[in-house]
Ligand binder design. Sequence first.
Ligand code: OOB
Length: 552
Amino acid sequence: MLTGCEPWPEEIARSYREAGYWAGQTLGEALRGWAARGGDRTAVVSRDRRVSYRELDEWVDRLAAGFHAREIGAGDRVVVQLPNTPEFIAVCFALFRLGAVPVFALPAHRASEITHLCRLTDAVAYLVPALHRGYDHRLLARQVRLAVPGVRQVFVAGEPGEFVALADVDAAGTALPAASGGLAEPDPADVAFFLLSGGTTALPKLVPRTHDDFLYQARAASAVCGLNQDSVYLAALPAAFNFAWGCPGVLGTLHAGGTVVLARSASPDECFTLIERERVTITSVVPTVAQLWLDAVEWNRRDLSSLRVLQIGGAKLHRELAERVQPALGCRLQQVLGMAEGLICFTREDYSAEEVLTTQGHPLSPADEIRVVDEHGRDAPDGELGELLTRGPYTIRGYYRAPEHNATAFTEDGFYRTGDLVRRTAAGRIVVDGRIKDLVNRCGEKVSASEVEGHLLAHPRVAQAAVVPAPHPELGEQICAFVVPSGEAPSLVELRRLLLDRGLAAYKLPDRLDVVVALPVTGLGKVDKKVLAADALRRVEADQTTDAARPV
Ligand code: OOB
């Protein structure tokens, strides 16, 4: 396995192989199989382009040959920052075939994140779109090259400027030496690509995912969701996000022989148009996007009747929103608790309506091991809150080049500490209560931010709510509520009264209310609590200065 990665213990790896979870196939080989079966059927749709399975496979070979000719080879890390385009898929598979390792950056990343990724991985190349959402990525590439000279080459999808056009890499006629036995097939047990950890509290950690483990995840997720040749998956979130890439997402859909439709943004305008035009059957969104869609449905006139499943995951889905899905969109809700590090839980079709609304399901694989532990690491009984720990055939054993962090992020026996506060129901469903660190420590009382948020959302004029801590001289930390109103903003007094009426303990009432037009979000559309906490601190300090200046 690539140096800097933590392999599964040999005995466990053998058991995953024997049980058939790890099939000993690379992602590049898998695509050959999918193409042989899929032939001229449409694999990928993007704007007016339709790429068949056969075309995709041939395109990937040409690109692989082109990258090889430009001296990109086995084990090389390549930072890939492409929006949802067929190029993203083709480039990734071309790199997989060479045994080079794409590092999945998000389109929203800028110099701070990209230089961090390039340095951490010793990347030899960086792949960008020319322009994306009005931003010129060639400028960013210039900055990155200056900061990290080891990035020898920049490839641009579109007008390349001083860099190399991806279109030139895709040179028809170049033969890949593999065909003549010149290139070794990568080891399926080795790293195929790097995902970024979803943490919103620090620079991203890198999650090494192997061919074996990820193919298993995509295959199993595809089966859980019942995908087949008629499935049409809409990638509304960035395809570089595990949720859209493999839960079942892009890879699970290609595995099933279905069609992947790529949206440039998750806006209801674009996505509803695509759902209608392509007869999309399944898609996945985060709760903030789900809310946008559910609000938009009221005035939207598109035909969304093809949609069978809306997967929602990535952050806590509050019941109020969950209840609106089926009536508004006429499709089934599936909650997904997932993480770049591995473990995915899904609610299933045979769950009761109540379970679908209130739980995040159970693990994808029978081989997923789950523990819910208290602060002393002891197993908590069903129904009790504790931290979720997990290990299994598609959950990493360590972040890339992060031995110190790994020592605390994983237990000695290889369980990943998710940092999620969960409980397990008697039926074995996982319910996420919040993040262990998503707490306000007020006078020593730990208040779960997501709990308070859930209650705030019950107010008819609260469209979005987020709760973060800010320092307070007496309380230690105070509870800051940020609210995006729909209509006239409710007052702090009004909200506190509502929460009390809903039976919430008085110590959980927000100390401050800040009414904002929008909540800051990460590149994946999750509320960015780090930015929000910094904002809260600024506001608290500003208020103190004004108070001090006020005549007594
Ligand atoms: C997904 O992956 P990441 O790596 O961006 O974030 C993982 C974290 C989890 O540890 C948990 O804290 C939170 O995001 N999360 C949820 C959740 N799904 C993820 N919290 C509450 N409810 C849920 N349903 O976010 C991700 C990856 C694959 C599929 C879906 C989500």
